[in-house]
Design a protein around this ligand. Structure first.
Ligand code: ASP
Ligand code: MG
Length: 406
């Protein structure tokens, strides 16, 4: 059996017209000899009746404080409604299909409500349906704990469902259908010359996703990478081939296509806060340890870290900045917070091997007169912190400097 996972995002299942296109994609896969397993997201976006954010807003309005466990139940409804509707549409098109919740599809998670991790996938039930010739339509983004509690996999987690099912079923490929023709070199609303990438490595796309590009859930990429299952991001609304996400260590033309370029994409994270904590010149290393431990205990993740004898500096997301400051104050430190920052990153598998990359980076920003507040690099990326007001120019400048429009 040549299994293919076909995951359809919210905009691909939002209306009868687009659901008809989904039927077309499923039929196409079957004609090509694949056995499809369909995964769906909740229908539409905030404001649409059954979209995840609409349901969340409704529930939140009646709760004081956080109700993680209960919110998972309301979020569950979005994917269930979507799967019920899609199964009906397939049946009406004479495709024998059956809907399954995440739990029924064999997905067991931990009990970290709202952001659960998949612990185990038992594909037996899906396999049985496949042997009966049925097309399973699985609710994305959900699972169930060993105790039977309902959980969701973190926002955007239908991609994760597709990846874990692909891994458990030994799928030949996992297709992620969306409303754009593939992964782009930058956000086209900022950079009109941005291009669709025909191929990208798992590492690069995971970096792009972590650094702010809303392309695919990074966990889905990590799971597919472990099993070396190709992912394809493509549009429900066109016949464009999409972007293939694969392993660059493979020999052959794909390897060159991926590694011969220095940069693959430019992306950014808005709403970052830079925090500086002044220390005495003779402060012991124990002090920075205390600071980072206090933040870790508060489950606050820190980024762009610089530790100097007289100062500790790092960034946090805007929504946890207040909590971070409170923790530091409790320890007796007077932290200085700079709001309205953004992190801009250039991602590329070849970036670490090439001399002069940083010089180009700095030159591009200096031409636009954009001050750099902090920098950090990794094996596949270079990032800088800039003022929020400079972010669009920074993305444009870097996209051009690294030849991504050519
Ligand atoms: N419906 C969920 C969300 O909006 C999961 C997904 O779309 O992947 O986050
Ligand atoms: Mg998504």
């Amino acid at each position: 059996m040549r299994i293919i996972i076909q995951k359809f995002g919210g905009t691909s299942v939002a209306s009868p017209e687009v659901r008809a296109m989904v039927v077309g994609k499923i039929n196409q896969a079957r004609e090509q000899g694949y056995t499809p397993v369909v995964v769906v997201s909740a229908m539409g976006r905030r404001g649409d009746s059954y979209a995840t954010d609409t349901l969340l807003d409704l529930a939140r309005a009646s709760y004081r404080g956080i109700a993680s466990r209960e919110l998972d139940h309301v979020m569950y409804c979005g994917e269930i409604i979507s799967a019920v509707v899609m199964t009906g549409v397939l049946q009406a098109a004479d495709i024998d299909s059956v809907m399954l919740t995440g739990g029924q599809a064999g997905i067991t998670t931990d009990d970290n409500f709202n952001n659960a991790r998949v612990m185990k996938v038992d594909p037996a039930r899906i396999m049985n349906f496949l042997k009966m010739g049925k097309v399973p339509v699985v609710c994305g983004f959900q699972g169930v704990t060993a105790d039977g509690e309902f959980t969701t996999l973190g926002r955007g987690g239908s991609d994760t469902t597709a990846a874990v099912l692909g891994a458990a079923l030994g799928a030949e490929v996992v297709e992620i259908y969306t409303d754009v023709d593939g992964i782009m070199t930058a956000d086209p609303r900022i950079v009109p010359t941005a291009k669709i990438l025909d191929i990208i490595s798992y590492n690069e796309v995971a970096q792009l996703a972590h650094q702010g590009a809303k392309v695919i859930h990074p966990r889905a990429v990590e799971i597919a990478m472990q099993k070396n299952i190709p992912l394809v991001v493509k549009s429900t609304f066109s016949d464009a081939p999409g972007t293939l996400i694969t392993n660059i260590s493979k020999e052959g033309p794909e390897r060159n296509a991926v590694t011969d370029r220095i940069a693959t994409g430019v992306t950014f994270l808005p709403n970052i806060v830079q925090i500086k904590v002044p220390l005495d010149q003779d402060a012991t290393p124990m002090e920075s340890h205390k600071i980072f431990r206090a933040l870790a205990d508060g489950k606050i993740s820190v980024d762009l870290i610089n530790v100097h004898p007289g100062q500790v500096m790092f960034t946090v997301a805007e929504d946890v900045a207040e909590k971070a400051a409170a923790r530091l104050q409790k320890l007796g430190y007077s932290a200085e917070a700079r709001h309205d920052c953004a992190k801009v990153s250039v991602v590329g598998g070849g970036i670490h091997e090439v001399p002069g990359v940083m010089a180009n980076f700095v030159e591009a920003l200096s031409l636009y007169n954009i001050p750099i507040l902090q920098t950090v690099d990794s094996h596949t990326s270079i990032s800088v912190l800039v003022k929020r007001a400079d972010v669009e120019n920074a993305v444009k400048a870097l996209h051009e400097k690294f030849g991504l429009a050519d």
